[in-house]
Design a protein around this ligand. Structure first.
Ligand SMILES: Nc1ncnc2c1ncn2[C@@H]1O[C@H](COP(=O)(O)OP(=O)(O)OP(=O)(O)O)[C@@H](O)[C@H]1O
Ligand SMILES: [Mg+2]
Length: 344
């Protein structure tokens, strides 16, 4: 009865608990090992270092077994399926009734999720301070820029330039207009965003955004296909802002596609999560893994004529709607951008 109780206590623990003999072979391992793709019976009698084979644990393990030292450290291990886990290992000597060391016991705690959350939080803080910096600069630029714009207009009127001189004026005024757009986008990005929330049918929202991207898709000969959700999910959304989100994400997909490529925009209702989901998929160039962490940064762009504000604005609108955005991309194969919103 008592043995059963202790067995259950160990087997039901949230962490991986194990014990090895002096030869380093498993004499006990709890049920949690199945989450790593192993069957515990296949491991009993096998060396620990077969499954956690890295230099670091080898060194720590021999310290613990030979010198009786307790040890705690973090490391990355691969499970049977080859999936990497970041874990915190703590090990201590295993003693018999005469306090002789007969092996090592340890606990392995998976910290991958905690690490992901910490990473996300750090990233959000970094984005917030980047946003503050960029808007600060935008405010400083706005007034001198209006003055340049106004003076150019006065000079043009007064001098009535002709030929090449007129072209110089046109270029200068167009560039000022471009700068003004960027400044306005930046200021909008950081402005507190009052939402005009209404029940919105996602199928309809997608349709109207796709229509707006028609000239871009036609120009590149990219087919944009809509897959509607059967049970038309209603989500509480700000229509104009969600339109802006969809436009940016669909335009990015079209821009990443090669001519004659295809883009799919799919709406789904995920009943068990009570979420409405939109996935925009392309088979375009994909995002380089090392660039993935920058795509939501203001002004990050890999395009010749891009500003790099699209996804930063998308992210801040989605956050304001208590939604989530996730991007999965493989270079050369394509990109899936998934947006999820709570349904009402
Ligand atoms: N579907 C996609 N496929 C490949 N790369 C993408 C995709 N979506 C975004 N990116 C990458 O992320 C970067 C940032 O996108 P974002 O929309 O913020 O800016 P942009 O499209 O470059 O400029 P703009 O301000 O005009 O939108 C892009 O320059 C591109 O490198
Ligand atoms: Mg864009």
């Amino acid at each position: 009865m008592k043995d059963n109780f202790y067995k259950r206590l160990l087997d039901n623990a949230n962490d991986l608990i194990w014990a090895v003999n002096m030869e380093g072979c498993f004499i006990y391992i709890n049920d949690n090992i199945s989450e790593w793709g192993y069957d515990k019976d296949e491991l009993i009698g096998k060396p620990l270092l077969d499954i956690l084979n890295t230099k670091i644990i080898g060194k720590r393990y021999s310290e613990t077994s030979k010198l009786g030292v307790r040890s705690a450290f973090e490391m990355e291990v691969l499970d049977k399926r080859g999936q990497a886990h970041m874990v915190r290992v703590s090990s201590s000597p295993l003693q018999d009734d005469d306090e002789e060391i007969i092996g090592v016991m340890g606990i392995i705690h998976d910290i991958s999720e905690t690490q992901k959350l910490e990473e996300k939080l750090k990233n959000e803080e970094r984005l917030a301070s980047l946003g503050r910096l960029a808007t600060g600069v935008a405010h400083e630029i706005r007034n001198p820029l209006s003055s340049v714009k106004m003076n150019l207009a006065i000079l043009r009127k007064r001098l009535q330039p002709q030929g090449v001189d007129e072209e110089h004026f046109t270029i200068a005024q167009e560039e000022v207009a471009n700068l003004e757009n960027i400044v306005t986008e930046l200021i909008d990005y950081a402005k507190p965003m009052p939402l005009d929330l209404k029940r919105l049918n996602l199928n309809e929202a997608i349709e109207s955004a796709v229509i707006m991207t028609k000239s871009a898709s036609d120009e590149k000969n990219v087919a944009v296909k809509i897959i509607k959700a059967g049970d038309a999910p209603l989500a509480l959304l700000d229509k104009a802002k969600i339109h802006q989100v969809l436009l940016n994400v669909i335009l990015n997909a079209i821009q990443a596609s090669s001519p004659k490529g295809s883009v799919t925009v799919q709406a789904q209702y995920i009943k068990d999560k009570q979420k409405a989901k939109i996935v925009v998929s392309d088979k375009g160039e994909g995002i380089k893994p090392e660039e993935m962490k920058f795509v939501f940064d203001p002004f990050f762009t890999t395009k010749k004529s891009g500003v790099g504000m699209g996804l930063s604005i998308v992210k801040s609108i989605i956050n304001n709607h208590n939604g989530t955005i996730t991007i999965k991309s493989e270079q050369g194969k394509g990109t899936d951008v998934s947006l999820e919103f709570p349904v009402c």
